[in-house]
Design a protein around this ligand. Structure first.
Ligand SMILES: Cc1ncc(COP(=O)(O)O)c(C=O)c1O
Length: 361
């Protein structure tokens, strides 16, 4: 049992900034003199409309979303978007290119295959998804309706350091690195993210879509997955995930106070730098991803001995450094160091890794 907050390296749901949790707690039973919790408000009420509009405006401001793009809040998480992207965009030519650089981009491609022809623009499974291909290596089809890529591979610990170019709209799954650095929104037709890592509690996807792409959905598209309907109804075709949107608003305010995306980027460089510098000097631990492709959100590493890995994860947890086990499909260790992870948490982790290494020479 812990009596204080601990450092939670979970891949998602993951840490939320403490000031956000404290504010939500303070406002829990009586939000802004309304006499009720945000959870209890009608989504059509004036009080809630202010929450909703404020969150959306702040998201536009912080991510520099141009007026050409609409912001939507949808249910079904990022996995819902695997289907939504295909149903909304694939109808144009019936084909789409997918860059497969890990588990989730593979799942997205498989889902899209239900609605049209998926072409594999790259498949990094040849080296166990330890790298991101360069632009020149992508096999792009001239008749693709869009190119889909996953900007950060949560499980394998790799991250694109560029936005791939194509002659068709580019679609990004940014679930695990959105809000961690500036992003060129205009270079994308669609950006989507399950919110449970850098944005809010689990239960929603944030979607940014180029308005020119609205209205291309296949006739069978469920209404709640239609980008056009959601844009026309301002994400309120049905009851939206009201509390998630409120929490996202609080997180965005925190991001703004911390210096916006530049501030987040400085912190992510610092956290990731501490861990990778140590990994590069360690004789016991090895980073899994290739150097040029390393994720600054999910750092994957191992000792090469599964029993020792398990011992490390267990002993770390006893010290309040929890959820360091790698995803079950890859094993080893993974430190997810999203926006809300204090630099101090990473320092403590590195100190423990040093100690563990000395004990296991
Ligand atoms: C990059 C990425 N895409 C998609 C998903 C699936 O998200 P959800 O659980 O919101 O459907 C995850 C979940 O961890 C993820 O990391």
């Amino acid at each position: 049992m812990f009596t204080e907050r601990i450092y939670n390296f979970s891949a998602g749901p993951s840490m939320l900034p403490l000031p956000v949790l404290e504010r939500a707690a303070a406002e829990m039973t009586n939000y802004a003199g309304s006499g009720m919790s945000v959870m209890e408000m009608s989504h059509r009420s004036k009080a809630y409309k202010d929450v909703f509009d404020g969150t959306k405006a702040l998201m536009r401001e912080i991510l520099s979303v141009p007026e050409s793009h609409e912001i939507l809040f949808m249910q079904g998480g990022a996995t819902g978007q695997f289907a939504a992207v295909a149903m909304n965009l694939m109808g144009r030519t019936g084909k789409a290119d997918y860059a497969v650089t890990g588990n989730f981009s593979g799942l997205a491609a498989r889902e899209a295959g239900k609605y049209g022809e998926v072409r594999v623009a790259c498949d990094t499974s040849d080296k166990n998804h330890t790298y991101i291909p360069r632009q020149e290596a992508l096999k792009l089809s001239p008749d693709a309706s869009y190119l889909h890529y996953c900007a950060n591979n949560t499980i394998y610990g790799t991250e694109w350091d560029y936005v791939p170019r194509a002659d068709c709209p580019v679609v990004a799954d940014m679930s695990s690195n959105i809000l961690s650095k500036p992003v060129d929104v205009a270079a994308h037709g669609v950006i989507y993210a399950g919110v449970q890592k850098n944005m809010a509690p689990a239960g929603m996807a944030a979607v940014i879509v180029d308005r020119r792409l609205l209205g291309r959905e296949m006739p069978v598209t469920p209404t709640i997955l239609s980008y056009r309907t959601m844009a026309e109804k301002d994400s309120m075709y049905n009851t939206p995930p009201t509390y998630n949107i409120y929490m996202l608003g609080l997180v965005l305010q925190w991001v703004k106070e911390m210096g916006g995306l530049r501030g987040m980027e400085e912190l992510r460089e610092e956290r990731a730098g501490l861990l990778y510098d140590f990994l590069d000097s360690s004789a016991l631990f090895t980073g899994c991803a290739e150097r040029g492709s390393r994720s600054k959100m999910n750092v994957t590493f191992r000792t090469g001995d599964a029993d020792l890995d398990a011992k490390f994860v267990k002993e770390a947890a006893a010290r309040g450094l929890v959820s360091l086990g790698g995803h079950r499909i890859v094993g080893g260790m993974r430190a997810s160091i999203y926006n809300a992870m204090p630099v101090e948490g990473v320092r403590k982790l590195v100190a423990f890794m040093q100690e563990f290494e000395l004990d296991h020479k």
